[in-house]
Design a binder for this molecule. Sequence first.
Ligand code: GDP
Length: 360
Amino acid sequence: MAKEKKSALKEQKGVSQSEITNEKSIKNVKRKRKEKVDVKTLTSAILKKNITALSRAITLIESKNPNHSNTAKQIIKNCLPYANQSIRIGITGVPGVGKSTFIEAFGKHLTSIGKRVAVLAIDPTSSLTKGSILGDKTRMEDLVKDDNAFIRPSASGDSLGGVARKTRETIILCEAAGFNVILIETVGVGQSETTVHSMVDFFLLLKLSGAGDELQGIKRGIIEMADAIAINKADGDNIKKAKLAKVEFNRALHLYPLKPSTWQPKVTLCSALNNEGIDSIWNLVLKFVKLTTANGYFNKRRSEQNKFWLIQTIEEQLKSEFFNRPEIKKELVAKLNQIEANKTTPFEAANYLLDLNKFL
Ligand code: GDP
């Protein structure tokens, strides 16, 4: 209706239908041309290691504007052949364990030996609250200034699945921009460790000493995922306790069956604050990469992760398309009210909404 009205008005002003169509197609061509230029320039700037271009492209990935996502998709596609050449490391631990202090020390060590380091984060809190556990503080002050480091806070305002997809796409762009170590940080709460684990080669768990008590509070799943446990703050009066914790964790780790990588997870001590034990953690990563490259696990795991992400992306996309349809939004409210009033069952309501979706 609105379209008809608009063209009727233009007709009155003496503009013909064909002119309107022309006008539209010119606009389209201009828009397409602009997008093309953006994609091409941004991609080649990223490949030339231009950080501003990298940041801009990541902003496009994070944008909710469909035009931006389309441009981002094309950039990612163009960057894909140049990606994959990195070591991806997940780092987790409870708030206060020293993640940012550790990443700062670890990152500086890596850049000092000629690596280019990108630090990304998956913050499960940012989608739930306005603030975020990972993003609020002034973090990694030294690393931020390092030309060979790139730090990007977690995407926010999205579901964990959405944030995770964006982070995965960001990894591709960072790799294409020549970053050869990608650190992905998350807080040790909820589902986010599993998500990070599904996109990295090596998973590092940061812990505090506290020996026996520590072990009880730890989630079994996280220990199982860890390729190394670093007991941080092993300094000052803490050293003795930290050594005890190391023995405890080692004992605990030996209770688990051998991993498919055949890598035996290691426990190590470090003091991020004093820069101690940092280089030996990097040496562990290198040993892991050497072993798993030789036995084929490294590539096999990446390919399995890719397959997993294919399914995840489809699920995420379908879900978001479904829940964002105005008709579904409206009917969903009605069905939720009916459920509350015991007038329908969740299954009946779900079938109704899914059927409705088929006709939209
Ligand atoms: P995050 O919340 O896990 O990122 O932890 P932070 O890196 O912000 O560290 C929390 C607190 O622990 C800060 O006051 C740090 O200075 C301190 N901290 C971090 N690493 C060490 C360490 O190795 N030794 C000591 N003694 N304190 C540390």
